[in-house]
Design a protein around this ligand. Sequence first.
Ligand code: PMP
Length: 281
Amino acid sequence: SIGYFNGAFYPIEQIVIPIDERGHQFGDGVYEVIRIYEDAFFMLDEHIQRLFKSAKAIKLKINHSENEMKELIKEVVAKSALSNCDVYIQITRGIAPRNHLFPDAPVSVSMTVKPSKVINDSIRQKGKTAIFHEDERWANCHIKSLNLLPNILAKQAAFEAGCYEAILVKDGFVTEGTSSNVYMITDKTITTTPLSKHILAGITRIAVKEVATELGFQFVEKSFTPDELLEADEVFITSTTNEIMPIVSIDGKSIRNSDSKEQTLTVFKQFMKRVKVLQTS
Ligand code: PMP
């Protein structure tokens, strides 16, 4: 697999980041993960826009235009020669002796390209389990920042409970997963947490909103409690790497239609049609 750091391309295992790099010192940066299906980027413009929004929100000035960044990302992915892959992009406040104040240094741009971990049909048919976990994160979760310690701790807690994802709860309401958005389906209505500073505006969420409407679902952006989620017909999570994944139980309690997952899988199939359309356009 190939990687990129500040102007040069390397095999991933050879990339070394200077110890005085702000990402290493402070997690002082932002990132994106974009999936490529059969050489076609999925929702590249939306990911680039979010990257620049995140950067702006932490007062980080990217010394590339959005178009230049897009071209750079395409160049790195082309160099990888991978057709089905995920590109991870990280931008930090650069390399400077450790000091909390912003340095007078060019930003660092790093990327890695790795083969996509394809989730096969049988795994998706089976679905995944989750736990509820307190949302211990900060006040600006709309920024895709490098500071993921509460996300990591909650994900690890899920793993140690034998589960896949932790569904985060803040002030009695579900916010999102540690690295996913959360949805419930009841009576042909798909409900998800409204966008705010408490959640990341998922790119997959944009696609799900459109796909849901195409399929005749009502799409409602409204907060809900863990109890409401447990009473839904179906529950699912979305992210770039999971796409659309059914959740069959939370804290050991089964979701009503967790055997069939029919509606969630319908949404997934419609979502994958968009990926196929990419191939022909
Ligand atoms: N919320 C959080 C906290 C995430 O880390 C992610 C994954 N990037 C998502 C939601 C889903 O976002 P996307 O669909 O853009 O991958």
